[in-house]
Design a protein around this ligand. Sequence first.
Ligand code: NAP
Length: 299
Amino acid sequence: MSKLRVGFVGLGIMGRAMARNIHQAGFPVTVWNRTRSKMEEATAWGAKLADSPKQVAEQSDVVITIVGDTPDVKAVLTGEEGVFQGAGNGVVVIDMSTIAAEAERELASQAKALGIDYLDAPVSGGDIGAQNGTLSIMVGGEAKVLDKVRSILEAMGQRIVHCGEVGAGQTVKACNQILCGLNLLAVVEALSYAKKAGVDVEKMIEVTTQGAGGSWALANYAPRIIQGDLDPGFSVEFIQKDLRIVLQEAEQMQLPLMGTALVQQLLRSLQAHGGNPDGSHALIQVMEQLGNVEIVPNK
Ligand code: NAP
């Protein structure tokens, strides 16, 4: 059986590595990115380039999008030169961006009217998981559609979980973002405490990472922070997008989420100082100010 042709829209920090992994698994890949220079890199590993998301869809059996926020996903899917304009009957569209569940349900219903199958499949595991093909992928949509594209998702991730109907992937991803935000706060508090108390911060990280307090944030962000690397990874702008989605949905459910709201407010201080493009772990800078303690070297 010939391999499914995969279209890929959005070659950012996540997308460029995910598209490459799909190609390495043997699928022919056609890509489009808004900023053309990022597509040149993809030609080096063998991607075919398209002039628009519409053209990507015309040349693909499955189209994956991973862009930014809800309006960005809508632009690449429903715009004049969007995926929906070029996708034929039976094409599967998989949105892997992190956006609101409600927006995915609306897009899925537009897709259905055009004969297009639709899944939401947001990811967790960060830039490292994207590079190594070890992402966790949370899928919403019909099981039979997931079965059709599972081998493509397996090229990008280690854990592919069918969470329910369209939108369910995003709801589970929202839970993941609550965990990420609070784990990040725990990491920057522990680092501040260790530094202020005068213990060896590297040793603290080494031993706690293996203990009950360990987390992905501790294992991945703490070493970057103490090496003075605050680059994204995952930007302040994007974690704020995700926490906004969580808090808006929580408001509709009348669900108090104090910890999440606190993290969002602390990150807002970074935004007020122009920190939107930095990695979310730049939250350490807020702790440094609040506690009058220096943790990040070479500032
Ligand atoms: P990124 O590096 O900023 O890349 C964003 C990509 O989306 C770029 O290719 C950008 O094109 C494109 N884009 C944005 N708005 C667009 C628009 N209106 N029209 C067309 N293209 C548009 O972001 P990222 O870190 O890869 O994240 C992408 C998505 O994955 C986000 O939803 C994010 O929340 C989610 N995510 C990220 C991580 C992470 O660790 N980074 C982890 C899990 C999930 P240009 O090149 O032209 O700017």
